[in-house]
Write a new protein. Sequence first.
Length: 288
Amino acid sequence: MSYSGTVHCSYCGKKGHNRLGCPEREKNAISDPESYDAKKWRAERERLKARVASRKCSYCKQGTIDGKGHNRKGCPVLKEDRKLVETRQIEYIEQFRTALQETGLSVGALVTVPDGNSYDDAGIWGRGFTSMVTSIDWSNIDFLMNDTKLLRDWRASSRNLLQTRVISSFGYCADDDDWRRSGRPNFNEVRPLTVSNLLSLMPSVFHELATNQDGHNVESRPIRLESPSHISPSSPSSDAEIINAPLNRAFQFVPMRRADSWEKVRRGMSDDIWSRVRPLEHADATAH
C-alpha cells in the first residue's frame, strides 16, 4: 500500500488490488496451470480459504453460520441486533417526544433550575437560574433510561437531555469560592437539563426503579416549569442520533480501538438491556 493509501499490485503494477486478487495473474494461472506461478497462486488461494473458514467473529464468537466463516463486519447476528435496537430506539424516541409535548418542555419553554446543594441551609433552591429550552440533545437520549436501572451507569443521572439559555439567576454570592458550588451563570450562557432534573416531570420515560442494588436513589433535582411550550418537539436529525454513543457502548456494537476481547463480545442475554429488544430470549435467560 502506498503512502496515499492506494493499493498497488506487485504482479501487474495496477491500482486497486493486490497480488493475490490480481485478475491478470489469475488469468495467466488458469491458462498455464502447470507453471510455477500458477501452483503458487493456487496454494495462496487455498491458504486464504482455510483462514476464512477458521475465522471466528469477535462479536458472536461463532466460527461459521450456514457453513460460512465471517468476521465482525459481516456478522449477521450483529446486523440483526442493530436492526432490533434501532426499532426499539425509534419507538422510545416517539415516547420521549410525546412526554415532552404533554409536559410542555419543548423548545421555547421557560424553566427555573435549582443550583444549590442539599447540605446548604436553603437546600437546592438556595440559588438557581431561569432559562429557556433551546434544543433537545438526542445524542444522549435512548431507551436504556427506560429499560434498565439508571444507576447501572454512573453517567446516567448526569446525562444532558435538553439545552437551555440562561435568562436570569438568583442566590449566588460574589465571594463564594467553595469548589463544590458552580459559579453564577452569565446571561445567555448554555446550561443543560439532566436526567435528575426531569425525573419527576417525565416519569414515564425513565425506569420505574431509579435505584441501584444498594437501594440508593438517583438524586432528583426537579425543575419548575414557568411557561410551557406548545412547539412540537424535534426528531433526531441523523442516523448517528438514533443508535447513539451510549447505545453503541452498551451493546458493544462499535468497540474502542484498543478494546479487549470481552469488550467486543455480544452482551449476555440476561442483561436488562435486552429486555425489550429481544424479550423472549431475555425472559428465557433470566428464568434459569
